[in-house]
Each structure stands twice: as C-alpha cells, then as structure tokens.
Design a protein around this ligand. Structure first.
Ligand code: TYD
Length: 139
C-alpha cells in the first residue's frame, strides 16, 4: 500500500544568474521518478481558498509553488503529512493512492502540476468514503 511516507520533497537544481533571476529544471527520470505526460497549473485562486480533495489510483504528480505559497496535506487513510510549499525550486512528489487537500493559497499564487498520465476522470477518487474503501482493499 502506498503511504504518505512514499511522498517527498525534491530539491530541484537552481541556476542562479546575477541580476537575471533563477531558473529550475525538471527532467524525467533524472529529477523525478516518472515521465511527464501533462502539465497544468492553478492560478487566480482567491487567497485562503482550497482545492484538490481527491486521490488518484494510478497518477503520479509533482506539485510546485511556481509563485506564492500554499499548503498540501497528504493522507493515506492511516497518516497525514502537510507540506508548506513556497519555493519554486522545491517540488512535492505525490505517489498514487494518496488523498490530497490544497489550501491556504496566498493571493496571486501559481500551483504548477506535472503529471504522469493524461487527464482521465476514471482515475479520480473524489469521495473520501470511496477512498477509504479503496485503501482498505490494499491499494
Ligand atoms: P479538478 O481536478 O476538479 O480541480 P481541483 O481538484 O484542483 O479543484 O479540475 C477542475 C476542472 O478542470 C474539471 O472540470 C476537470 C478539468 N481538468 C481538465 O480538463 N484537464 C486536466 O488535466 C485537469 C487537471 C482538470
């Protein structure tokens, strides 16, 4: 069974250029353990708003606070872990089978998500009771 302890922060390379800012790179199978099929980003989120509240059966994801900050709370049905993301060079790897709640968005924040699969609604567990049953079945 995948647990929240299988999720972790990845420190991405930060290329600093004097007076020209920073640049970070994400390479599949070098910096992260999956190949990237899709990228999407959340923006214009009202300050303090919450998103997420679902789990995925197969999908692996990397969550980055590309701008601003927010908190990601992960839940494997037995244990929860919260991660405060506020650095564009820190990425949270989320393995399959983990419930996630995103909250406390700072206004103007951008949440960048790199995902291992195309969008597939059948991969979602959107009901917390269904998620608990899924985890009980050993997933
Ligand atoms: P949803 O997953 O519900 O967002 P969140 O859980 O962060 O609140 O997605 C919101 C809407 O966007 C929903 O109608 C599905 C659509 N969507 C896509 O069409 N493709 C995608 O890759 C994603 C992530 C969402």
């Amino acid at each position: 069974m995948n647990t929240v302890d299988d999720c972790f922060i990845i420190e991405l390379d930060k290329h600093h250029s004097d007076r020209k800012g920073n640049l970070s790179v994400v390479r599949e199978f070098v910096d992260i353990p999956f190949s990237i099929r899709r990228a999407y980003y959340l923006y214009d989120i009202p300050g303090g708003e919450a998103r997420g509240s679902h789990a995925h059966k197969q999908l692996e994801q990397l969550i980055i606070a590309a701008s601003g900050s927010f908190t990601v709370t992960l839940d494997d049905s037995m244990k929860k872990r919260s991660f405060f993301l506020n650095r564009p060079y820190q990425a949270l790897y989320v393995c399959p089978g983990i419930w996630r709640d995103l909250g406390d968005f700072s206004s103007g924040s951008v949440c960048l998500v790199l995902a291992s699969e195309r969008y597939d609604e059948t991969d979602y567990l959107r009901d917390y009771g269904d998620f608990l049953s899924y985890k009980k079945s050993g997933q």
